[in-house]
Design a protein around this ligand. Sequence first.
Ligand code: SF4
Length: 518
Amino acid sequence: MSEQRLVKISDDALARALGADKLTAAFEKKGCEVHRTSSWGMQWLEPMVEIDGIGWGPATLEDVDDILDGGADEICIGRIDAHPFISRQQRLTFARAGKTRPTSMEDYEATGGWAGLRRAKEIGSEAILAEVTQSGLRGRGGAGFPAGIKWQTVARAPGAQKYIVCNADEGDSGTFADRMVMEGDPFLLIEGMAIAGAAVGADQGYIYIRSEYPDAIRKMNEALEKCRDTIAPFRCEVRVGAGAYVCGEETSLLNSLEGKRGEVRAKPPLPALEGAFGKPTVVNNVLTLAAVPHILTEGGSSLYDSLGIERSKGTMPIQLAGNIKHGGLFEIAFGITLGELVYEIGGGTESGRPVKAVQVGGPLGAYIHPDQFDIKFDYEEYTAADALIGHGGITVFDDTADMGAMARFAMEFCAAESCGKCTPCRIGATRGVEIIDRIRAGGRAPDEIERAPQMHNAPRHGRSAGDEIGLLTDLCETMKFGSLCALGGFTPYPVMSALKNWPKDFTGKTSAETETAE
Ligand code: SF4
């Protein structure tokens, strides 16, 4: 057994939750030097141990001696960078994942850090704006709005004081890419924000993080402290939010940032013109800003020309979660199909049962049926399929999932998280839960079934299950087009896609059978 060996173990929150700290202590006790690096993003293998490029995972305390002796073959994955999950990726944003110590300035600089900011300072505002626009970079938070156009609007807005706000309120189910950037490569985000500042003339930035991300908050603060001189005259600070889903909505986030109630603001005015504290503000998601240093280092046209399809350019960090065998982070150029992601990359379900549905884009994303798995990861393809790619989260369900219950959950989630400002969302979501309950109870109120089970199949107030489905459809239309923001406006996606694809989970019948029964 060798002494003084360099062992790498991730200090990502997920790896720590699975025992990485204890594993570190055990290797140190054996005389090894342990570097706590970022995570490679192969979550199913955490906590993973790396020695000389070879990986073992998931490793336990019992494996320590065997690993140091070159054994533990059953959990050895060989060279990590040759693993198919890694070698198939096109990592730009996550190029350092697994390789560097998150808050080490030395590691960051040694791997090309600050090159983008250096170049940005050399070429100046107009050229930065041109590069970002030319790159085709679109907001990775969900809206997909071109970053270059947003930046140009802020740059040309009148006023001496402007801000860069990073939306790090990652709240979608099954998403963790923002957290991985902040915990694993915090200087990358800061560099992206400093470049944005140089582009639009903003000398102050804020990173808005939800309180459920204590590791990310700690690391961002540590990194900001270390690189203060490097990013000057740009300054940046972390603001912690309590963790309301609606605070991921940019105007609600701005209210919360200012110390007000996290309620959505009506637009106009656009935040680009009147954002934080009433000043022109760039509000971008973590992944959008973290993509910027690479664009500035390589030149905007390289991304535009070589990566992605149609109007979806560059790479997307896709997060595989839910009932999936190989859950983790997979960064690849736009254009990969959902089927490839679920079966080839993700290995199918963890339970080994058939895939029933995949929800793409968080709790407000549509449920995609396996028949649609040839859909390509691309903003426009998803819009055409009445779906969204959102923040790139993919949550897999096997055939035991009850899609009627999942649709109910979407309405319930919307009711719980609504900021209450507009009626379609505030009241519509509550009524939506009730209607779904009645559909699932055969057109009767569930409490009436309790009281009079013999009446189970009789319609209530003359409304059959089919009538209730019509009502739900109308309600969803109202929410979609009448809501002020995406929370109410997108809730119909999971509800209607579940109803369309798995009607039996609502009524026990197919759509045709329900119509015939009316
Ligand atoms: S849709 Fe919902 S969350 Fe959005 S503004 Fe209206 S009430 Fe608030």
